[in-house]
Ligand binder design. Structure first.
Ligand SMILES: Cc1cc2nc3c(=O)[nH]c(=O)nc-3n(C[C@H](O)[C@H](O)[C@H](O)COP(=O)(O)OP(=O)(O)OC[C@H]3O[C@@H](n4cnc5c(N)ncnc54)[C@H](O)[C@@H]3O)c2cc1C
Length: 343
């Protein structure tokens, strides 16, 4: 088999993830432009190897391996202003751009739309995959379209927002079309109109504490960063992959059933249903601060599983199973992991 230039073999993926678990991929290639994406995908198709796209590995749990794949490390960079009116600016952003760099840039220009998503780790290209979101904003609100290489048709395509089937931490890229697209560019539309005062409780409290009634985008970013720093461990210090479970979405009847048994159930309306905070569920099951198999459920936020002692993928699976079983027994709810498990 003819090898692609710059392709590496048997590359350990652990250093490329924030959870710091996982074995080696058979093939690994850094891609910096669309031509190399096409070349690499054609090579993989001919070699019968499946392709996996890696951003900054902040929503990824890698098994012990070996991972029989070509891992494409996405490093397509660049910003282009496509359009500007008196109220909006439209940018086309390379999928490899660091997400918080995109947010910082927009906030410095006084633009609204993604400021509440400050400090989310990862790349621009991964944001649509799980419809990344925080404090009342999600990428689905600002994304216009994205460009991707379609591994099924071996062609570049443009997908409109309406084609991405966005939901809560979900999209077509995690469901019907999981693994089908290599996202290369994302187009977002940001507003020049002053933001509304955020209604998210912890952020509202920070603004109240700082006596800010009518916050600017800079002040919202500052507030989000302060609140996040208080509750979330920095993955460059303590390995973790952020919120480990999605908040379950339940009917009004199921919520009422739980509220009969438990006080102050933290729930939020989600369409015609309700989200129950997954962190509260994990805490009620007694896991907050618990250390198990070398892992630790974070003291300040029970939704975050940290890996301070170099635990393995199998250790993590055991702890996850314990938590899922406990939630099922106590609440009759199925906790679903938020990160992708790669094997
Ligand atoms: C401390 C911490 C806090 C976090 N807080 C939040 C939060 O508030 N809100 C939130 O939504 N998430 C949060 N996350 C999760 C994570 O940061 C986001 O999901 C982020 O968008 C993942 O980006 P990434 O580049 O690291 O993706 P990866 O982890 O590298 O990949 C995640 C998935 O996306 C796919 N993917 C990545 N890039 C591409 C591409 N270019 N084309 C196609 N598929 C691709 C991968 O194949 C994989 O399936 C947090 C994580 C941590 C560690």
């Amino acid at each position: 088999m003819v090898k692609l230039p710059h392709i590496q073999e048997r590359v350990r993926l652990l250093p490329y993830t924030t959870m710091k678990v996982g074995g080696s991929a058979d093939y690994f290639l850094v891609v910096k432009d669309t031509e190399s994406v096409k070349e690499a995908c054609d090579w993989a198709a001919n070699a019968g190897v499946s392709v996996f796209v890696l951003g900054e590995g902040s929503n990824l749990v890698v098994s012990e391996g070996p991972i029989h794949r070509l891992v494409l490390k996405m490093e397509i960079m660049g910003f282009a202003k496509l359009h500007e009116t008196s109220t909006h600016v439209t940018w086309r952003v390379g999928a490899g751009e660091h997400w918080d760099g995109v947010v910082e840039r927009s906030v410095k220009l006084g633009l609204t739309g993604i400021e509440a998503m400050s400090m989310i780790p990862g790349t621009m290209g991964a944001a649509p995959v799980q419809n990344a979101g925080a404090y009342g904003q999600e990428i689905a609100d600002t994304m216009v379209e994205l460009e991707a290489y379609d591994l099924a048709t071996q062609q570049f395509v443009t997908l409109k927002r309406s084609e991405c089937d966005f939901g809560y931490r979900n999209s077509t890229f995690k469901t019907d079309n999981a693994g089908r697209y290599v996202i290369t560019h994302v187009t977002i539309k940001l507003s020049k109109v002053k933001p509304k005062r955020p209604t998210y409780e912890s952020l509202k409290r920070w603004l109240d504490e700082h006596k800010i009634d009518d916050p600017s985008v800079e002040q919202i970013r500052e507030g989000v960063m302060a609140v996040r720093a208080r509750i979330l461990p920095d993955p460059s210090v303590v390995p973790n992959s952020g919120s480990f479970f999605k908040s379950p979405i339940v009917s009004a009847a199921k919520l009422a059933e739980i509220e009969k048994k438990f006080d102050r159930v933290p729930s939020y309306r989600y369409g015609n249903e309700y989200k129950i905070a997954a962190g509260w569920i994990v805490e009620q099951c007694g896991f907050k601060g618990v250390e198990r198999f070398g892992l630790k459920v974070w003291d300040n936020h029970a939704l975050v599983i940290t890996n301070p002692n170099s635990a393995t993928y199998n250790d993590l699976r055991k702890l996850v199973e314990e938590i899922v079983t406990a939630a099922k027994e106590k609440f009759g709810l199925e906790l679903e992991p938020e990160p992708l498990f790669l094997s």
